[in-house]
Design a protein around this ligand. Structure first.
Ligand code: SAM
Length: 368
């Protein structure tokens, strides 16, 4: 039976063994697994599983006292957000980006570490399909057990195309996947920089390495490790923010709450053996910084553009003019000025954006 996508359990009338998400009158949700002859109890009555079995997905079912419940098969999104967790999961917004940016395709041979609770494993299994192969690595046996349980719970069986190896990726990977035997490597672990060389060895030329990291310090370190290896293209980094919207009648606005931060994604392509990447002009040459510099938070290492002394003097004049005006003075150079070219350039870089005041004098906020 094909199980890596869970396809047989995704549609058709409800059957015994299916998971069903029940939404009660106050929006409270419960997920149950259907069993003939069983009942689901709430403080507002009893619902017979048999009343659900055979009904189409999306039906409303009444319990013994007439309270209605909407019955729907949980989506993978619903399942991963409520399944048992050993370690923190990759959220659906990031999983979706990982599938796109790592270019996970049907039939792909994918390496993943660590497995954690198996959330990303489920997305990867679905994307690679029945003919793909997922090699997952997890150093903690109990987390691997949680992940295996979650996968079988959602898919209905253990996927035949999923090999979970308990061990450290760096040492276990060469013993499991032959050199060049992986199309994609996806790392979600504390120290992915330790696994850059092992990942490069497993990847086929042109293959994609993707790392998910939670902090900027990890991001910086893994980026420099990828560059220093000389085995990959220039790494690309991003983060994804998703803001929900409340849309009801004329009350159409962003939700008051959102998930502010989960993690960063960084991707790079495996170069063919022996390929030397041409030095990019905009990167500082190796002689312009020492390895120790990368470890500290210098503006140069962080890629920040610094204002020239001339620009800085102008900013000081603008700041002083604005301050004079605020103190009740009327300096001529405190009048609003057109935005100058260097300011426009800065405005294109979010890290340089400054709040623009909206006071009646219309002065520009000084740019630090
Ligand atoms: C945040 S969790 C992964 C969550 C998972 N991606 C998910 O969506 O459920 C990170 C996992 O990586 C494992 N880990 C860390 N370093 C590892 C390594 N070098 N080799 C294998 N597993 C590792 C940890 O034990 C932990 O379970």
């Amino acid at each position: 039976m094909p199980v890596s996508t869970g396809m047989p359990k995704r549609s058709g009338p409800f059957r015994a063994g299916d998971k069903v998400q029940l939404t009660g009158p106050k929006g409270r949700r419960n997920t149950i697994t259907l069993e003939a002859g069983k009942t689901f109890h709430t403080h507002r009555g009893i619902l017979d599983h048999d009343a659900i079995i055979g009904q189409p997905d999306g039906s409303v079912i009444e319990n013994t006292v007439g309270v209605e419940h909407l019955a729907l098969r949980p989506l993978l999104v619903d399942f991963v957000m409520s399944m048992p967790r050993g370690a923190a999961i990759i959220y659906p917004k990031d999983a979706a980006q990982i599938l796109a940016l790592a270019d996970i395709f049907p039939g792909a041979r994918v390496v993943e570490a660590g497995v954690g609770s198996g959330a990303l494993s489920l997305w990867l299994l679905r994307a690679i399909g029945e003919r793909g192969m997922l090699y997952s690595f997890e150093r903690r046996e109990e987390f691997a057990a949680v992940a295996r349980g979650n996968a079988a719970s959602f898919l209905g069986a253990d996927p035949a195309n999923w090999i979970v190896t308990v061990g450290d990726l760096e040492t276990a990977l060469p013993a499991t996947v032959p050199s060049g035997g992986a199309d994609r490597v996806v790392l979600d672990m504390l120290a992915p920089w330790e696994c850059v060389h092992a990942s490069a060895d497993a990847l086929t030329p042109g293959g994609v390495l993707l790392c998910y990291v939670a902090t900027v310090t990890q991001l910086s370190r893994v980026a420099e490790a990828i560059r220093a290896s000389g085995l990959f293209t220039e790494p690309q980094s991003n983060e994804t923010m998703v803001r929900g919207w409340h849309v009801e009648g004329l009350a159409v606005r962003p939700d008051h709450r959102m998930i502010g931060h989960t993690g960063f994604l960084i991707t790079a392509r495996r170069l063919a053996p022996g390929t030397v990447l041409p030095e990019l002009k905009r990167r500082p040459s190796k002689t312009s910084f020492a390895d120790e510099d990368v470890e500290v938070w210098t503006p140069g290492a962080l890629g920040e553009r610094q204002a020239s002394p001339k620009v800085l003097r102008k900013r000081v004049r603008q700041a002083e003019a604005g301050a004079d005006l605020a103190r009740g003075g009327s300096r001529a150079d405190a009048r609003p000025k057109p935005i100058e070219r260097d300011q426009q350039t800065q405005d294109q870089h979010p890290q340089h954006q400054q709040p623009h005041s909206d006071n009646s004098a219309g002065t520009h906020d000084p740019v630090a």
